[in-house]
Design a protein around this ligand. Structure first.
Ligand SMILES: NC(=O)c1ccc[n+]([C@@H]2O[C@H](COP(=O)([O-])OP(=O)(O)OC[C@H]3O[C@@H](n4cnc5c(N)ncnc54)[C@H](OP(=O)(O)O)[C@@H]3O)[C@@H](O)[C@H]2O)c1
Length: 340
């Protein structure tokens, strides 16, 4: 590799997205991959709510690079890495415990990286890793929905990044599960196109709508907006049902006891942060890539904010901050003016 200067886009303080200095460019040396690492030339990224939440804290070292979704090309391979070579196209979310992917050359643990689906662009591929890992782990690992499972899954927040890919993954891997998706009226068509069998509006009376479709209650609830919804979910679920939640907030699990309902958490970064030998996320991403290549799962991009620069990143953060995005926002390519 000939390039020796790296370009990083990060933040120095939690400035509002209207401030032109909300993101700044820094340069540094292109790092060499250590044992177990890949050096990836990043070609596209996406922005998730976690980027916005992380930006709220001041960076400990005065400058921090965010970004937990990337697609790119392997530039160099560290010791003890098997299955990757320079030139391979890859996609990954990586770890929140390290600098993120909003940089031209990014070091990532190989165990967290999958091969990019060959049938889609870098931008399309970058829409998938974080949300697909979250959805997969939530539904197939935490709720233990297997290919033979039958029953009703209520998907709360179905039009968002995680919900959009979750609907597709369940359709592809557990075809006998009926998907009841919450979405605003404007997004009902979108969630149907992602695989929802039924659509209900979370702004309306969910008890009447959901029990109208599943009079005995649903078997499972996935929720990306579960705050203070324990009592509601206790009414919507069958006895011995399960909830998996991916958002934040304190819980009062008492309402769940009467029906022996289980409350589970899914945090996509648990594996990267706490199970340092796990290759599970690499395996999941390879499964997702295969499903994309088969046409069973489609990238969830609804907007490409163009080449990566402090300005395009600001616009993407502003959109995600609104809490009203559908599917995923990606940034593909690099603005030549910021590259060192
Ligand atoms: N634990 C993890 O590993 C993990 C991973 C990814 C994301 N998350 C978290 O999950 C949350 C959602 O992330 P995301 O990227 O999927 O979502 P998103 O893209 O931000 O979802 C936005 C959509 O959610 C729907 N929504 C808004 N308020 C709602 C409510 N009260 N009830 C139901 N739906 C509502 C809206 O669509 P409609 O108007 O169509 O309903 C909105 O367009 C965020 O808090 C994020 O940080 C956690």
């Amino acid at each position: 590799m000939t390039q020796t200067t790296n370009t990083m886009i990060g933040y120095t303080a939690n400035l509002p997205t209207e401030n032109p200095e909300a993101f700044v460019v820094r340069t540094g040396e292109v790092p060499a991959p250590g044992p177990g690492e890949l050096l990836v030339r990043v070609e596209a990224v996406s922005v998730n709510p976690v980027d916005v939440k992380q930006r709220a804290s001041a960076p400990a070292k005065g400058f921090r690079v965010l970004g937990y979704d990337a697609a790119g090309v392997v530039e160099a391979v560290g010791e003890n890495v098997t299955g990757f070579a320079p030139g391979d196209e890859v996609f990954y979310a990586g770890s929140i415990g390290r600098p993120g992917s909003n940089q031209r050359f990014h070091l990532v643990e190989a165990r967290l990286v999958g091969r990019k689906p060959s049938t889609v662009s870098f931008g399309e591929a970058a829409s998938l890793p974080l949300t697909a890992l979250t959805a997969w782990e939530a539904v197939f690992d935490r709720l233990e929905i297997d290919p033979d499972a039958q029953g009703d899954l209520l998907v709360v927040g179905a039009s968002g990044g995680v919900g959009s890919v979750l609907l597709q993954l369940v359709r592809a891997r557990a075809p006998r599960v009926r998907l009841i998706a919450t979405a605003g009226q404007a997004n009902a068509e979108w969630v149907r196109s992602m695989g929802a069998h039924e659509v209900v509006d979370h702004k309306g009376d969910l008890v009447a709508q959901v029990l109208g479709l599943a009079p005995d209650g649903v078997n499972w609830v996935f929720s990306s907006h579960s705050h203070e919804q324990e009592g509601l979910y206790a009414r919507l679920l069958r006895p011995f049902g399960k909830v998996v939640a991916i958002d934040d907030g304190p819980r009062d699990v008492a309402p769940l006891k009467g029906k022996s309902i289980g409350w589970l958490w899914e945090l996509m970064f648990t594996d990267p942060l706490h199970v340092p030998t796990s290759e599970h996320q690499r395996w999941i991403l390879d499964q997702v890539a295969a499903l994309v290549e088969q046409g069973a799962v489609h990238p969830t991009v609804t907007d490409d904010f163009g080449p990566l620069s402090p300005d395009s990143l600001r616009r993407a953060h502003a959109a995600v901050e609104s809490g009203r995005t559908v599917g995923k926002i990606v940034l593909s390519g690099w603005d030549e003016s910021v590259l060192a």
